[in-house]
Design a protein around this ligand. Structure first.
Ligand code: SF4
Ligand code: SF4
Length: 164
């Protein structure tokens, strides 16, 4: 289940070159499916782009350089975007991660970011946008659930990556 906090957004578009890619900071939340796609698509080992390989209930974080995301290119574009490798939470912007409730059924909390200057301007958003955010959020949760299941079977991080 995905809980969305904040006022509905009527208009938004991402103009990263204008805002200086403000939201592409170090520490973006990723889960095992993102890690698998990025590692397979870039040839990088997970330890090269993750802050830590420690299990945090299936939630991991991207490394940064000087507080910017490690995948931010010099022209402020995302070097994963063209390759179709962007993490789910980057695809969910301008909704940002706000926590997971580890109940019987996992609940993902997301919130409209306050950092994006383009909220309320740009492209008119339709109902499809909200549906796509919910679908992405549910994909995120499925990966967290898979990770927890693999862990309960005694698999370590590398075994879980291979299982996907
Ligand atoms: S989502 Fe908003 S803050 Fe982030 S890069 Fe796009 S315009 Fe900038
Ligand atoms: S992976 Fe790409 S879109 Fe996501 S925070 Fe990093 S540079 Fe930005």
């Amino acid at each position: 289940m995905v809980l969305v906090y904040g006022e509905p957004i009527k208009r938004w578009s991402c103009e990263f070159a204008e805002c200086g890619a403000r939201c592409c900071k170090a520490g973006r939340e990723v889960k095992i499916g993102d890690i698998k796609r990025i590692a397979s698509g870039t040839g990088l080992a997970p330890e090269e782009f993750l802050e830590s390989l420690e299990n945090k209930g299936g939630l991991f974080h991207l490394k940064g350089k000087e507080d910017r995301c490690t995948f931010l290119a010099d022209d402020l574009s995302c070097s994963l975007h063209e390759k179709g490798l962007k993490p789910i939470f980057c695809q969910m912007y301008p909704f940002k991660f706000d926590g997971i409730i580890y109940a019987d059924d996992l609940i993902l909390k997301v919130r409209v970011t306050k950092d994006c200057p383009n909220i309320g301007t740009g492209k008119k958003l339709t109902e499809d946008f909200e549906i796509s955010i919910e679908a992405l959020g549910n994909r995120f949760l499925r990966d967290i659930e898979d990770f927890k299941r693999f862990k309960s079977e005694g698999k370590d991080f590398k075994e879980i990556l291979k299982s996907l």
